[in-house]
Design a protein around this ligand. Sequence first.
Ligand SMILES: NC(=O)c1ccc[n+]([C@@H]2O[C@H](COP(=O)([O-])OP(=O)(O)OC[C@H]3O[C@@H](n4cnc5c(N)ncnc54)[C@H](O)[C@@H]3O)[C@@H](O)[C@H]2O)c1
Length: 482
Amino acid sequence: MAFERVGVVGLGTMGAGIAEVFARAGLRVIGVEADAEALARGRGHLERSTGRAVDRGRLTRERQAEILGRVTLTTSREDLRDADLVIEASPEILRYKVSLFEELDRICKPETVLATNTSSLPVTAIAAATGRPGRVVGMHFFNPAPVMKLVEVVGTVVTAPGVVSGIAELAGRLGKTAVAVGDRAGFVVNRLLLPYLNHAAVLVDQGMAGRDDIDAAMKLGVGLPMGPFTLLDLIGLDTAYEVMGVLFDETRDRRHAPAPLLRELVTAGLLGRKSGRGFYGDEAQEEQRPMSGAVTFDVAGPGSEELAGRLRAAGFKPSDDPGVVLRPTDRPVIEHAVRLQDPSRMVGVHLVGDRVAELAATALTSDAAARAARDLMKVAGLTPVPCKDRAGFVVDALLFPYLNDAVRMYESGYASIDDIDAAMRLGCGYPSGPFEMLESLGLARVRDGLRALYAEHREPSYAPAPLLDQLVTAGLSAFPRG
Ligand SMILES: NC(=O)c1ccc[n+]([C@@H]2O[C@H](COP(=O)([O-])OP(=O)(O)OC[C@H]3O[C@@H](n4cnc5c(N)ncnc54)[C@H](O)[C@@H]3O)[C@@H](O)[C@H]2O)c1
């Protein structure tokens, strides 16, 4: 398949970036917009994006002119008749896309491959609207398209042999990494990412932990580029809500039911960055609270040496009459607390990496003990993440189901381990893919954590994926690859 002339329909956020990517790779681009005003906006996107690259010294003026010179802008879709490939990046509404593809099918030569950049709509339904379903695929770029290296190439049950591999090859020519997948809601990245973001919103809604604390835990503790609420604001809460709805419709997994908090914020017009306010955007000046005064503490149980050592290094010594008893644990804290003479003093501690301490308060923990635990962690150089005494606390409760979903995805034959890892690294900027993460955390630890989550919530999809369970039972520490 030779692709030299490429049509891009819709030059909004994604389409303008996609047009730039093709033009940068030396292809001729026909950019189509709905009307003259939108076309001017599209031209503006292209000029600003390449202009920024010039300002930053990443592109010369001559090269910018060359790139822009390869793009022809028009409002006439008939101009797409000779294109080898047309990629559509119009609004995410199925009936728009279907009628657009019917029209493109009529206009374009029979060999033209028609591609959609949809994030969540069924590619099969779009393909079926044309007389060439074998030559219709998904070509899912990530935002911003000129920067993000991943492209998910979506084939359907009716895609003709060679079309997906031809488009994947083209993605390689564009300097992208292609991952070939089937037509399931959310493909790889959104299918794994959005349920995790939705779960974070559910945890806040349930009062499990605060927005800032969850963001800090995932960023500083796990090393993700940003916490879930910062990312939700960036994606747009309306988009996240819609995608969750589509996932739920396909899976009927109640974990995919959009979080009620998302619905409330969207209805209130708090959509995230695009509307100026979402989970963030209305911060009153954070109150600087003084230390709680003299803090006395003790550290109890196995694993307490590390914590005691950190606190000693910060000049604090355990006391015989402690105001707070810190209990390192990854089990329910209440089981330890009830054994104390005064259970209100106990706070569970779970260190995540070397920067974050989850602090689990039980139903009996006093406010004074919870405050003292927070202050102690700060002087020990750790970011405290106060949370409730629930299985997995914050980090494991968010991370392990995501890792389990990845194993189930692989087990179902939808994508390979390497493709899933690459997709999450390149599509989300994660430092490692889910399988790499599973192996570095330890398969047994994740399996046992999932069992604890399942035992507590009785949520079927928290049950460890059979493959994970079997690898642990067989004593293996890595997934079979290749
Ligand atoms: N924004 C993202 O982060 C992102 C990421 C990946 C995929 N996507 C997908 O890309 C697609 C586009 O999203 P977007 O964020 O760029 O939307 P957008 O609203 O920024 O852009 C859509 C563009 O399509 C134009 N358009 C509408 N009808 C048209 C027609 N009949 N002919 C030509 N142009 C038409 C609009 O004028 C607008 O400029 C959606 O399917 C979306 O799900 C978005």
